[in-house]
Design a protein around this ligand. Sequence first.
Ligand code: ADP
Ligand code: MG
Length: 413
Amino acid sequence: MKSGVNATTKLIFEEKKAIKLFLWLFYIFYFAFDILYYYFYPIYTKSNSLGFPRDGLGLWLYVLVLGLLYPAIYYYKKENPYIIKYIIVIGYVIIDTTNVIIVNFGSLKPFDTGNIVEILFFFFSPIFVNKKYFWTASSLIMGRYLFLGLVLQDKRYFFPIVIYLIIFAISWIILIRFYSYINSLKNAYEELRQKEKLATMGQMAAAIGHEIRNPLASLRGFTQLQQERNPNTNDFYPIMIQEIDRINIIVDDLMYLGKPKAIQIEKENIEEIIAYTLSILQQQARRQGVNVETVMEGPLPPIDCDEKQLKQVFINLIKNAIEAMPDGGKIKINLKAPKENKLLITIQDEGCGIEDEDLLNLGDPFYTTKKEGTGLGLMVTNNIIKDHKGELIINSRIGEGTKIEVVLPITQK
Ligand code: ADP
Ligand code: MG
């Protein structure tokens, strides 16, 4: 994919910027620290050991550390900058640790090691936004002091570990913050893309829906007329009308996708809405051997809602429940007002259930597992319920069935 390539090049570009900064700072800190330590510090304290140490690797130490630049530049040019930070950390730790061991092994020289550049390794992990690097660098740096302390039998090598543990914690916190920031950016971008996709598809869907609607209305009218004219050939007319109504439901969903209508709130009776829904779906239910049982717990107050839209919600939900039981079964619909200003409608089926990983996709437009599904129902349902400041809760167990809970506020304040 084209965008994939672009994203990768951008990432490489970012890494290159970071690694360049890292290399500059690494060498500046490294040499500045040693120059200060071996030239300026002795002058200031009037000690007599002026100049770079000649023991251990001697000047070879600096040659080797500079030599790390060679593979670094090589991989930089090879467009594989990710590996460079590891080369530097591992290279530094090996070279410097070797030097310390040669200088101090078997001698009683004072503890004199470490370079401020090591802090840089920690603080660059948030900049590389890389947990693997963070763990590698911090365990190498701290591990090296542990190793030196054990090999040279000198407790003073453990002191830097204490300091580095604090730095470790701080840079871990920064790294985690960077991660979550980047993640939220990613999510926002994904959402935006989804919205854009939806907007385009929605416009198309709405246009098509609109075109289908009018011919469908006249088709339904004439079919009804025909049914009245020929009362003795009644058999097919109800089915024809019902099928047209079914197309109408799909068209409604399609059009909702294009331009969600502003809701028109009025006080409505929820039982009537459910009863209407069932009247539309009863044929299909009967054909599939599905029984619907409605239980109303107590008298329910009228609810502030857009009647047409709520009908669309329950048609979608109950239709899904019926379709989940191709071999028949029972649907329990329960209506109650569990709390002040809350109405709870539960729709429970004994159908096929939904896989856990599919639950996440349910709200996506065009996501369907059915041969003749549109994948619009739940998405529209979700949006309508959100517009009503309500909540849709789906609980499902594979093979046992699905329980859908719709929570709606009774009054829209
Ligand atoms: P459609 O019904 O056209 O497939 P929906 O948006 O209504 O689209 O539903 C999306 C998917 O969610 C369905 O294809 C189905 O896999 C799953 N689903 C929804 N309701 C149920 C249910 N009651 N039981 C099992 N699966 C369901
Ligand atoms: Mg559906």
